[in-house]
Design a protein around this ligand. Structure first.
Ligand code: ATP
Ligand code: MG
Length: 196
């Protein structure tokens, strides 16, 4: 079986978890790893000079644990490809791993794992509006979006853009169905036939 690792990165409230969960249901053989599950306990997360918890940085995440989970998935799914699956060259012969999260491509060991990288964007106003409807644990304190979340997003996006890896940008203001249709078709095509 062939292992194919897909990154669904992007801005907060860009629709990463929504898209990843839908792909998990549609793709015939698919696992999901969500970066949201690797936050350190609040007490271990640093606080900035204005009193904001620095959640939106790599240091707030257990990245080594996340990497070891990715590597163990790879080990489990790397077994020799059965001849029949090879001959059929069908999507059933591919194991997909979706990794979704807001800081996937700024951590080199993880960035190196991806066969295909997607990145959901939404403009500032839409992002702020969507975020204001959500209740996080811990909840965003007043001013958190403008004081921490958005500036960290811009900083990480600039760092990511400098790396010049191949990243497919997705307009997160399109409908959930449009985004799903596009990514689902593209993943299957690229997994079976490559990008050429
Ligand atoms: N294409 C879309 N159009 C409109 N709203 C969307 C779209 N995709 C997701 N949403 C909505 O935006 C909100 C955030 O979605 P989701 O949780 O998938 O985003 P996320 O990128 O995983 O955010 P987080 O930063 O919390 O991890 C939800 O209310 C969801 O229903
Ligand atoms: Mg999410």
């Amino acid at each position: 079986m062939k292992a194919f690792i897909v990154g669904i990165g992007g801005v907060t409230n860009g629709g990463k978890t929504t898209l990843a969960n839908k792909l998990l249901k549609i793709l015939p053989d698919c696992s999901l790893i969500s970066q949201d599950n690797y936050f350190k306990p609040e007490a271990e997360v640093a606080t900035d000079e204005r009193g904001f918890k620095r959640f939106d940085v790599l240091e707030a995440l257990e990245m080594e644990t996340m990497m070891s989970d990715v590597l163990s998935w790879i080990t489990q799914h790397k077994e020799a490809e059965p001849l029949k699956a090879l001959q059929e060259n069908c999507e059933k012969s591919v194991h997909f791993l979706i990794i979704e999260g807001f800081l996937l491509y700024n951590y080199k060991p993880l960035d190196d794992m991806f066969d295909r990288r997607y990145f959901l964007t939404v403009p500032y106003e839409e992002c702020k509006k969507r975020r204001s409807t959500r209740v996080y644990d811990p909840p965003d304190p007043p001013g958190y979006f403008d004081g921490h979340v958005w500036p960290m997003y811009i900083k990480h996006k600039e760092e990511m853009d400098k790396l010049q890896r191949e990243i497919v940008f997705l307009d997160g203001t399109k409908t959930k169905e449009e985004i799903l249709y596009y990514v689902n078709s593209e993943i299957k095509r690229v997994a079976l036939h490559g990008t050429s």
